[in-house]
Design a protein around this ligand. Structure first.
Ligand SMILES: O=P(O)(O)OC[C@H]1O[C@H](OP(=O)(O)OP(=O)(O)O)[C@H](O)[C@@H]1O
Ligand SMILES: O=c1[nH]c(=O)c2nc[nH]c2[nH]1
Ligand SMILES: [Mg+2]
Length: 175
């Protein structure tokens, strides 16, 4: 109806912002690898694109894993979650390395939020180890290893989605 306010997107609903710099992200990925090093070794890393590509590269480098595959899933159009779309599945070669169930494979993503994306990939590879850098409470039970938990009403801003910009001083009304 004309004049009706548009429904708030996930970021607007979230309310709190958690901006992450490249430095912080690199440190958090290294911390994640310390934990994963206790769990491996892994035959291959499966990155959930696109957000999982950056942590997957860092984690694979630290763990000395050379085989990286992708599962390409789209759900959020910027900040609004729609139906999950699998744009590319896991390759036959990676499936073989995981014995068909994902045993010895490491799934990596930048975060779990509602857990919908993670749940779908877990169904494809039930025996794989699932690691994310950040986790929100709803998705947390799906993840085997993560580094930092943020509240469900927090929106994480990743360095590849953001740029430095002017911020007005506090006394002028900045939050
Ligand atoms: O736990 P969920 O509620 O499913 O949300 C988490 C997923 O959402 C984001 O991906 P997005 O769909 O935005 O695609 P992108 O990785 O290409 O940015 C993020 O990278 C996770 O993969
Ligand atoms: O950049 C992002 N930050 C988030 O907090 C989030 N949750 C789902 N998808 C997300 N993307
Ligand atoms: Mg993603």
């Amino acid at each position: 109806m004309a004049g009706e306010a548009p429904e708030p997107n996930a970021q607007e609903k979230a309310g709190k912002a958690f901006p992450v710099s490249w430095d912080q992200f690199h440190r958090d990925c290294r911390a994640l690898t310390w934990r994963l090093n206790e769990v491996g070794p892994f035959h291959a890393v499966i990155a959930i694109t696109r957000g999982g590509l950056v942590p997957a590269a860092i984690v694979a480098r630290e763990l000395g894993v050379r085989v990286i595959d992708t599962v390409c899933i789209a759900s959020y159009d910027h900040t609004k979650q729609g139906d999950l779309q699998v744009l590319k599945g896991i390759s036959e070669a990676a499936m073989k390395l995981g014995g068909g169930t994902g045993k010895g494979l490491l799934i990596v993503d930048d975060l779990v939020d509602t857990g919908k994306t993670g749940k779908l990939v877990r169904e494809m590879l039930p025996d794989a180890h699932f690691a994310t850098v950040y986790a929100k409470p709803k998705g947390r039970p799906l993840v085997d290893t993560f580094i930092t938990e943020v509240s469900q009403d927090t929106w994480i801003f990743f360095p590849w989605d953001t740029a430095l910009s002017y911020h007005p001083p506090l006394r002028d009304g900045a939050a």
